[in-house]
Write a protein that binds this ligand. Sequence first.
Ligand SMILES: Cc1cc2nc3c(=O)[nH]c(=O)nc-3n(C[C@H](O)[C@H](O)[C@H](O)COP(=O)(O)OP(=O)(O)OC[C@H]3O[C@@H](n4cnc5c(N)ncnc54)[C@H](O)[C@@H]3O)c2cc1C
Length: 380
Amino acid sequence: MIDLSLSEEQKGLQKLAKEFAQKEITPVALQYDKESTFPGDIIKKAHAAGLMNLTCPKEYGGLGLGLVNASLITEELTAACVAIAGMIGINSLACGPILAGGSDEQKRRFLIPLNQSGKTASFGLTEREAGSDAGSLKTGAKLEGDHYVLNGQKCFITNASYAAFYTIFATLDPAKGTKGICAFVVPREAQGLSIGKIEDKMGQRALNVAEVILENVIVPREDRLGNEGEGFKFAMEALDEGRVNIATCGVGIARAAFEASLAYAKTRIQFGKAIGTFQALNFMLADMAAAVDSARLIAWYAGSLADHGKRYTREAAQAKFYATDVAMRVTMDAVQIHGGYGYTKDYLVEKLMRDAKLTQIYEGTNQINRMVAGGALMRG
Ligand SMILES: Cc1cc2nc3c(=O)[nH]c(=O)nc-3n(C[C@H](O)[C@H](O)[C@H](O)COP(=O)(O)OP(=O)(O)OC[C@H]3O[C@@H](n4cnc5c(N)ncnc54)[C@H](O)[C@@H]3O)c2cc1C
């Protein structure tokens, strides 16, 4: 039999995250959303509480958790606010390429100071003309003696304004396609690196997202990850884990929307009855509960494959598009259950619906994740 009950250790992680979320995130989530505030103070507290750098191995200063255990924490944090949770968790994506392709020396040099200090980093792949087709990126890397010179512009980079360093993907020669791409670690203070436009977003407004401009940035050879031409592979490996994480974000958002809707449906009276007793809404609530549970299971399944050292690219993509589509559907239903009040900023579900939309777009749109999963199916 498959036992899905949590161990005492897992319950402890969940409890720690839930208590932190209720104390530090829930009370300020609407305000941070309204003012689009960067949650630097909450990140510091999350670091002190042992809720950051979840999957980074202990030897490099992380908590060394598996993906399923990490998802227990992430679900609790995202149920309180996915944007604040996203800023707390950004290092897992930003550092993924270092773990995938870095040498032991590079992992120690880049990850230990980051993880110990509680600072955050960024993952720099996307460009204006290279979004879904990330392999067509144009940021150039030219080898000159013992260093590379980087020129180009990245967009939509989460945490760009606050990162201690960036994992930047650049090409030796665009004609080589994905085979020409290298991954580099570029510190914030590198000369020629600057921050461009900061995005004003529909939802997840506490998430800092901006352009990163690279003008003749010198990167020593020893800060290239792996071999020349391996960068794209490292980006995709980081995205496998990232997609399980985003699936869990979908679960957290959907759960919050369901819980708010259930509470509202029990207390809002129309026609002399609680609205949750009307079959139309009652069935909607049943569908929402089933969707949240199934989204959680598909995310755990992908995570458990990773934890057992199995390939999980297809399952991570499936979990990402499925759970985030659930988040969108459940949050739309949540607004519907709240009627006119759900459409106002006085109620949490309005924020949840805006926040959910982004989960269908970043870390590969859900169309691209369906292509990843569908392609894997056809290859057998
Ligand atoms: C808030 C936010 C944070 C982000 N954070 C980061 C980050 O930290 N680092 C980073 O590198 N990137 C980041 N991104 C970028 C994100 O991953 C891209 O926005 C996403 O991959 C889509 O690229 P695009 O926006 O250029 O859309 P496009 O690629 O232009 O897509 C437009 C539409 O066309 C569809 N489409 C494209 N190609 C196909 C196809 N072959 N088949 C079917 N449909 C297709 C897409 O699904 C989409 O619906 C972030 C984006 C946002 C909005």
